[in-house]
Design a protein around this ligand. Sequence first.
Ligand SMILES: Cc1ncc(COP(=O)(O)O)c(C=O)c1O
Length: 401
Amino acid sequence: MNSIYLDYMATTPVDPIVLKTMLPYFSEHFGNPSALNAYGKTARDAVEFARAQVAKAMMTEPSGITFTSGATEANNLAIFGLAAALPPHKRHIVTLATEHKSVLAPYERLAQQGYEVSFIKPQADGLVDLKTFAAALRPNTGLVSVMWVNNEIGVIQPIAELCDIVRQHEAAVHRLPSDDKAQVGDIERIYLHVDAVQGLGKVDMNLATLDVDAVVISGHKIYGPKGVGALWLRDGLASKVQPMCMGGGQEQGLRAGTLAVPFIVGMGKACELVILRQQDDWQHAMDLRHAFLAGLAKLGDWDLNGSLEYRVPHNLNISFTGIDSETLRLAVPSLSLSAGSACQVGKMQASHVLKALDLPIQRCQGAVRISFGRHTTLVDIATATDMFITAVNRLRVGAGA
Ligand SMILES: Cc1ncc(COP(=O)(O)O)c(C=O)c1O
């Protein structure tokens, strides 16, 4: 395709090795994994192999993994499923105002259903302030959802610190020494749910040491197929989570429906590969980001949105003063990137993430997201920065700036 792809946070191409691994499961090993015949066994073995690959990528046990149709479904299942398991005196739930819509929309629905909901605004750099976070927790807090890496501005939230704050709060509510976790009955535990969709394959993930309860990932952000995701639940939690989809009892009854075997097989392989390549991918993204920022240094009047220090190098989110993002996107048609704002019913809507950072509205409306990946080259970056500079200068002259 005659366009430079700079939208890896929207989706990634399927790795050829992943595709090759998937293909036999469409028409050769096509059995239903629930069937007790030989075809079913082959499919079932492949699903269990993939489950182990997914678990290994997150350094956890395969028994905690539930396959879903993607991260949207997995986030919905985690939030609605855990919220329904909360006793009436624990129905205060907390999340960040910068979460993905597949987290925010369930929280909004739960607010309509009578749950007390707190949406925490991060600081101007996109990172949640630890004191603000601690202050948002109440004696009746039952569920907290925090994303690991933001999909629009790439900032990495301090998950381990946030986790410690939640557990200290839990111990304080029960007047227990913070190391006496064994006495905190599960019913009183604050469930901590993490959307790690943009984190897997970028930041180190070790669920054996992180005291969280639910983690969500997606296949198509890690060079795997679209339409498959996974929810990891801490040991013993699956029986408490209320399923959204009921039927044949697949996936320990948590997510009924015939398993999408080729996609699950692909997701398993993608998980294996993305961890093997994590360091190289990170370094490559660092080189690309460095080149991009060096290229843009020739142009004045632009702002980087989100912390540069606590950020995955695969993402830049930039506002060019005086230019709205949709105009800029249309002025560089051979670059495939995301505008940070979307045109809705003829009106520009700034991104909820940037608005939550209390940035000036023009800056929110001018933001474009550029995200790099494994196949982006330094030549792509040089071409892209030249195109940006030409387009921005032309648009500014046109606007009489
Ligand atoms: C942070 C985050 N969470 C959830 C999702 C939803 O993932 P899926 O496309 O698998 O439903 C995305 C996808 O854009 C995302 O970036």
